[in-house]
Design a protein around this ligand. Sequence first.
Ligand code: GAF
Length: 399
Amino acid sequence: MKRNKTEDLRAEFVERFGREPDGMWAAPGRVNLIGEHTDYNDGLVLPFALPQNTLAAASRRSDTTLRVHSVNAAESEEFDLATLAPGAHQGWSSYVAGVFWALHEAGYAPAGMDIAVYTTVPLGAGLSSSAALECAVACAVAELSGHQIAPLELATIAQRAENEYVGMPCGLMDQMVSMVAHEGYAVLFDTRSQQVQHVPFAGEHAEILVIDTKAPHKLVDGEYAARRSQCEQASTELGLASLRELNDVAEDALDSALFQLSDDVLRRRVRHVVTENQRVLDMVEALQTGRLDAVGALMNASHASLRDDYQVTVPEVDLAQRILVSAGAYGARITGGGFGGCVIALIDAGTGEFLQHKVAEAYAEAGFTAPEHFVAVPSSGARRVSSARNWAGNIEYSA
Ligand code: GAF
């Protein structure tokens, strides 16, 4: 029988916990095509799910103990569900425990559980490995505890785990795309109305190349929180419920808002958020009409805005973006929260190796760590990948 990662995780689960898992769930990481730092401003985002995902194998227990094992970290932890408290501990297991805590806070009683997790989402690369972990665990725990929870609510519970238990004030984009994505589609998510539209992504001629810059992630959480509070301060100064309101009114509303603001940093942040929301809408239209040049131009404009106004790029990221565009990509931009992480580029299918080679050359010349790369294919959201009755047979599972 050919082994694959689900079978490996099952074997690891059996070795750790001495019994079969009741089931296994998968939830993906993501790239964001456009709409960056808009999700905590009631704005628009357009991510798609990666084929790389986190698997959670789980079995229900009859007590209130939570035992978790991470294959990637080669570590195990044990908690009593009755004593979970935000901020009590850190590291990968806080994302797992946080989901139990947030489910409880939302009025759902999670059962005690044995869980083993394994991920193929690159860690710390801005591809949303945290949300993938939260969502895989949330699906497992909800189902095994006997709760039917709609994807939007489960995504919100996962976000609450990250916001309040882990202490990272993220928006809802990453959890939402991880829960609801469809293969071949990007997810247009309006974080204000909470409406989702599935937008077909590209065709056979174009693809998304992901360059993992390997730039050391420094100050990520602190700088992210600072951006978020600057946006809140700007909204307060402008008397708005959120910056999204500036997209609802006449075009010159942005100019007059910028004029009213007290300092230049706030002006830059607001200009980024408002123009980025418009770029999301323009991107959807460009995709729907197959105008790859227009898609590329919007990616470049988003990158410039994130570099100059939102100030979340680093030299490795800017270099990769420049090289990709000058070597033939339609457009390129940083994806995710920033301060390192990945750059994505819209490219002609089959040109990825050539383009990544150009970036690697430039990195070597600049003395940067060698980057990694892959072509991202829009993939499915969270799902159960196996059922208990499959475990005994010679069935191959795929995640
Ligand atoms: C991180 C956050 F988790 C998201 O909510 C989003 O704000 C993103 O940064 C920036 O667009 O991935």
